[in-house]
Design a protein around this ligand. Structure first.
Ligand code: G3I
Length: 376
């Protein structure tokens, strides 16, 4: 996304993501799942397709649940494994909401991924305020060991550190000054990956990030900082195995996707021996025209352009959408990204009547067109 002070954004956010909208007319769309599913199309190319959702959506929105189970090969808890949710106070853990999603995935034979061990948002106040290196090291150790150990062997991958990059004049390495960084310096990243690897030997340990794709000075500086960081981590034998690229598209905002720039970045990451996941794919429609047909068409086109580049790179082996249906989306709960005209956001592959949208078609077409990873 464009440069924003996400802490300020969250502070001002009206968290309405799960406020149910008026129920759409019954039977507006056939309940039968679209076939082949996105998971099937993806697996035919050696790609894993997944969807992010919340435990409450899973529980309260049966049609959302049905679509997610029909379309996905992997489920991702959207908030339940963040520090503030899973360990609301240091040493007090609450795994129940995350377990609801992970149990659902297991029962349906789907994979699951963990999001996110260390993130500067969604932190308990006590952690956010900690500055002493020893105290922060102890908090991080307990958090990662406990959460990773609980799910050891069960997760496809873990976002170990989320959104570490934030270039600026006072940040020569381009690293965000998170509470973890302030207390422990860049070494917090090494430490987090080492702890996660020790507790869970099988999850693919991932560094997850946003705003890496476009042809703008901001994205370019973030790409450079990310590549430098990955190089340092690999040189230090830090067990980072994947780069997660969030992929929140925002057509209509400044910046264009130049295929050769994005493709070169993906190649550079792959050449470090890393795999790449698109982890939070959706289309923020804040700056698209209001009429739904035009809006949906523009969102689908942005997705086509993006996925054509991303999925052409064989190192990209998973694609996860950050939502299922527009009935439950994070964008309307976010002051920065919701539409200025008050119309509900439409970032997801299914609309709020659970009809597949052009965006779903764009994802399906991109998966069909992707080179087959299985024959590498
Ligand atoms: O669960 C409560 C609910 O009980 C309450 O009624 C409601 C109203 O206050 O709030 C609900 O919690 C909200 C939660 O989403 C569930 O919808 C939180 O306040 C709100 O902060 C939370 O926002 C999430 C946000 O991360 C912060 O954790 C979004 O759903 C989630 O989509 C978003 O995801 C992030 C990724 O983790 C990282 N990349 C960017 C992405 C989008 O911001």
């Amino acid at each position: 996304m464009a440069p924003v002070d996400r802490r300020a954004v969250l502070a001002g956010a009206v968290a309405a993501t799960l406020a149910p909208r008026p129920a759409p007319a019954a039977g507006a769309c056939p309940a039968a799942p679209v076939r082949p599913s996105l998971a099937t199309l993806a697996s035919q190319r050696g790609i894993l397709f997944g969807m992010g959702l919340t435990a409450s959506a899973l529980q309260q929105l049966p049609r959302l649940r049905a679509v997610a189970l029909a379309e996905s090969g992997m489920l991702v808890p959207g908030i339940e494994l963040k520090w503030a949710q899973v360990e609301p106070q240091p040493g007090r853990f609450d795994f129940a909401p995350a377990d609801r999603i992970l149990d659902e995935a297991r029962q349906a034979g789907l994979k699951a991924r963990g999001h996110a061990l260390l993130w500067h948002e969604a932190l308990p106040a006590e952690v956010a305020q900690t500055r002493s290196p020893a105290a922060m090291a102890a908090l991080v150790r307990t958090h990662i060991r406990t959460v990773c150990a609980r799910y050891a062997g069960l997760l496809h991958s873990w976002d170990v550190v989320n959104e570490a990059i934030e270039p600026g004049p006072d940040r020569p390495q381009g690293l965000r000054r998170t509470p973890f960084f302030e207390a422990l310096g860049e070494g917090y990243i090494d430490r987090a990956f080492a702890l996660a690897a020790e507790a869970d030997a099988s999850a693919i340990l991932t560094l997850n990030e946003y705003d890496l794709e476009l042809d703008t000075p901001w994205h370019a500086s973030r790409r450079a900082a990310m590549l430098e960081l990955l190089n340092r981590l690999v040189r230090r034998n830090v067990p980072v195995r994947a780069l997660g690229i969030q992929g929140h598209l925002a057509p209509g905002r400044p910046g264009v996707l130049k295929p050769e720039i994005f493709a070169a970045f993906l190649r550079d990451v792959a050449s470090l021996g890393l795999t790449i996941f698109i982890t939070e794919f959706d289309v923020v429609d804040r700056d698209l025209p209001a009429p739904v047909p035009q809006r949906d068409a523009a969102a689908a086109q942005a997705a086509r352009d993006y996925l054509a580049v991303a999925l052409a790179e064989p190192a990209v082996t998973a694609l996860v959408t950050w939502g299922v249906s527009d009935a439950d989306n994070w964008v309307d709960g976010n002051d920065q990204f919701r539409r200025r005209d008050g119309l509900p956001a439409r970032p997801n592959p299914y609309d709020d009547a659970y009809c597949p949208k052009p965006l779903r078609g764009a994802i399906a077409d991109a998966l069909r067109a992707a080179p087959d990873r299985r024959v590498r």
